[in-house]
Structures are given as C-alpha cells and as structure tokens.
Design a protein around this ligand. Structure first.
Ligand code: COA
Length: 184
C-alpha cells in the first residue's frame, strides 16, 4: 500500500520559465498558504466546484482531515511549491467498495503560475503514484467550457466519456460537466 508522509518531496525541477518547483505532499504548516490559495481561486471564480471562501478554522479542520486521509492511504495529495509557497494542489481520492480500484482526480494552479507546465507535471506524478498504489482507473469531471483543462487532460491521455448537461451552475448559467477517464 502507498502511504505518503507529510512534507514528503516527490520531485524537484525547473519549469519552462526557469522557476524552481518542488512537488511534495502537504503538511500542517501549509495552513495559511492553503487558505490563501483556495480563497484566491474562489475570488477569481475559477472553474472549480468551490464557490465559498473558507475561514481559517474550517480550512484547519479540512487540512487536518486531509492529512489523516493521506496517512491512511485514502488519498494521494500533492502540492506544487514555488519560493516557499503553495501555488498548486492536486489529488486522487480513492473510491470504496466495488469502485475501490478507481481514483477521482482534482487539480488547481494559482492564476500567476498557470501555463508553466506545473499542471501536467502534477498529473504525471499522480498517475505514477496511482499505478504504484494499484489503482486501475482515474476519473474526473470538468466544466465543458474549461478549454485549458480539457486540453491538459486530453494530452495526458484522458478520454472524454460523456457530458452531463446543466450539471454545474456557474456565473448565473448552467454548464455541462464533461466526464473523462484514464485506464492505468
Ligand atoms: C487547468 C489547470 C489545472 C492546468 O494547469 P496548468 O499548469 O495551467 O497547465 P500546463 O501549464 O501544464 O498546460 C497548459 C496547457 O494548456 C494550453 N492552454 C492554455 N490555455 C488554453 C486554452 N484557453 N485552451 C486550450 N488550451 C490552452 C497550453 O498551451 C498548454 O498546452 P501545451 O502544454 O500542449 O502547450 C490550471 O490552469 C488551473 O488550475 N486552472 C484553474 C482551475 C481549474 O480549471 N482546475 C481544473 C478543474 S477541472
């Protein structure tokens, strides 16, 4: 079984524009960074499901729960760190029972750090670790209007399996969600 420790460095590399990036697991001292990270995405109205800012108390509870799930092997959670700050997060949540072989992927990168290849590197590491964990399938959902995310997932090998019309409410409109999967 794959069990990751807090603040475990997975990979260090230099991105396309010379930025030093550390891919690592999260730790409790990431709290303020993680809070800023999610609240910036909510403020921006990024195409993610979260639409409410988090309080420090709620984020602390969430982060503690996350670290516990990581310790128990229920989730593969990675952060991208640049200059000592979290600029991206990505995870694979393992499903249960007859779907135990399936992981659900989620990912977000801070606005300033998009299009530097960090998303693709995080996904590549998640795929590698998911295989190591014995998962057989990764699924995800993405807004049908999120052309960058669709491009990234397709180029990482994910295949579009269908669209659920009006699945998401975004900026006072209904948007379809694209269902994608990757067999490992
Ligand atoms: C989607 C996201 C995770 C991708 O991560 P990223 O680090 O920006 O992606 P990368 O830099 O690895 O790759 C970006 C690719 O998209 C392409 N791209 C950029 N804008 C695009 C657009 N509007 N339409 C299509 N492709 C686009 C880039 O050219 C690049 O492709 P290439 O490597 O083939 O040249 C990130 O942009 C993000 O977090 N966005 C906001 C939140 C979000 O949408 N999360 C996903 C929810 S499902």
């Amino acid at each position: 079984m794959l069990r990751l420790k807090p603040n475990q460095v997975i990979r260090r590399y230099t991105s396309q524009n010379g930025t030093e990036v550390i891919i690592r697991t999260p730790c409790i001292s990431d709290l303020d960074d993680m809070l800023q990270f999610i609240n910036d995405l909510v403020e921006e109205q990024a195409m993610i499901l979260a639409n409410k800012k988090m309080s420090r108390k709620d984020e602390s509870k969430w982060l503690r729960g996350l670290l516990l799930k990581m310790k128990n092997g229920d989730i593969i959670q990675l952060s991208a760190e640049v200059d000592g700050h979290v600029v991206g997060t990505a995870e694979i949540k393992q499903k249960v029972l007859r779907e135990e072989h399936v992981g659900i992927l989620g990912i977000s990168i801070s606005k300033r750090y998009r299009n530097l290849g960090i998303g693709k590197v995080l996904i590549a590491e998640l795929i590698r670790l998911s295989k190591k964990k014995g998962l057989k399938l990764i699924t995800l959902e993405v807004f049908e209007t999120n052309s960058r995310a669709l491009h990234v997932y397709t180029s990482m090998g994910f295949v579009k399996r269908g669209v659920i019309p009006k699945h998401i409410r975004y900026k006072n409109r209904y948007v379809g969600s694209v269902q994608m999967s990757l067999e490992l």
